[in-house]
Write a protein that binds this ligand. Structure first.
Ligand code: HEC
Ligand code: HEC
Ligand code: HEC
Ligand code: HEC
Length: 183
């Protein structure tokens, strides 16, 4: 029993530290459970949000003029745009899972790389956090995540067109809550 306990502790530590915890699965994996009305259809809410189109917007004429202003020739290929307009841009291909650029800013850009917590978080929230899930339950924690891209700089890359982050108004726009259980 003691040995088992130690083994589990080591496993949890290993998962929190090793590269596995940095591995992504992609939004289709989350969709498998998070697309039903019973759970709140977070996938549906996200797919109709601007975040799901964050890559597409890089082919607009507005994007072309933003790009030109900072000397970027192809926004669809340039790190100076993709860092904020896609998910897991600088992650090794082997760890990207089902993440592709055209999905834009997807679940794991905010919730953290999911490979390690996907099978844990639904029955053990703290275990999920230990496996790399990002705590977003408090506004303070969540807003830190938003501000990585909204205002930047993200990984040292500044936004060429920064609008101010509009606090609560922005949270309302991306809301995807679970249904409140009847008591
Ligand atoms: C195998 C099914 C399954 C998969 C796959 C899955 N989830 Fe979940 N998730 C759940 C269930 C079930 C809950 C708990 C719902 C409840 O308690 O009402 C949950 C809860 C959550 C919560 C709420 C955590 C909290 O308690 O505050 C978040 C956030 C979340 N999932 C994100 C994700 C993300 C992101 C992915 C993909 C990387 C994902 N989930 C993949 C089933 C799944
Ligand atoms: C530091 C993060 C960051 C970087 C880098 C970045 N963007 Fe953005 N971009 C954002 C955010 C956040 C928004 C959403 C703006 C808002 O509503 O606050 C956005 C919105 C946009 C829009 C839509 C604007 C609109 O008004 O509809 C375009 C077009 C755009 N970005 C182009 C680019 C291009 C081109 C590059 C590269 C030269 C780039 N972005 C680099 C974060 C970034
Ligand atoms: C990985 C970078 C990234 C993160 C993290 C991020 N965003 Fe965004 N967000 C963007 C980009 C890029 C756009 C522009 C997409 C477009 O115009 O199609 C955007 C657009 C938006 C919009 C639409 C604005 C409009 O003009 O309607 C809202 C609202 C928003 N984000 C809220 C949030 C909130 C709230 C958080 C934190 C919980 C957050 N974002 C985290 C990159 C990000
Ligand atoms: C732009 C950042 C962002 C993206 C993208 C995003 N989420 Fe969230 N998510 C949040 C924030 C912030 C919260 C906490 C909101 C709150 O508690 O008011 C949250 C909460 C949740 C919850 C818990 C809701 C509740 O009421 O407890 C689930 C489940 C969830 N997200 C799943 C997903 C899934 C699945 C995806 C992709 C299909 C996704 N999220 C995409 C930022 C994001």
């Amino acid at each position: 029993m003691v040995h088992r306990h130690v083994a589990i502790t080591l496993l949890v530590l290993a998962c929190a530290c090793c590269a596995w915890a940095e591995s992504y699965v992609g939004p289709q994996k989350c969709m498998a459970c998070h697309n039903s009305p019973d759970i709140g259809d977070q996938y549906g809410a996200w797919s109709s949000s601007k975040h799901a189109r964050a890559y597409d917007v890089l082919s607009s004429s507005k994007a072309a003029s933003v790009a030109k202003s900072v000397g970027v020739s192809d926004p669809l290929k340039d790190k100076r745009c993709l860092t904020c307009h896609t998910t897991a841009y600088d992650v090794a291909a082997a760890n990207k899972g089902g993440v592709t650029p055209d999905q834009g800013v997807s679940c794991e850009a905010c919730h953290g790389p999911g490979a390690a917590y996907t099978s844990v978080h639904m029955r053990d929230y703290k275990g999920g956090l230990a496996a790399g899930m990002v705590s977003l339950r408090s506004r303070a924690d969540a807003e830190r995540v938003c501000r990585r891209c909204h205002g930047g700089p993200n990984k040292g890359i500044r936004s060429p067109h920064s609008k101010a982050f509009k606090g609560e108004k922005y949270f309302v726009k991306i809301a995807h809550p679970r249904p409140r259980k009847a008591k």
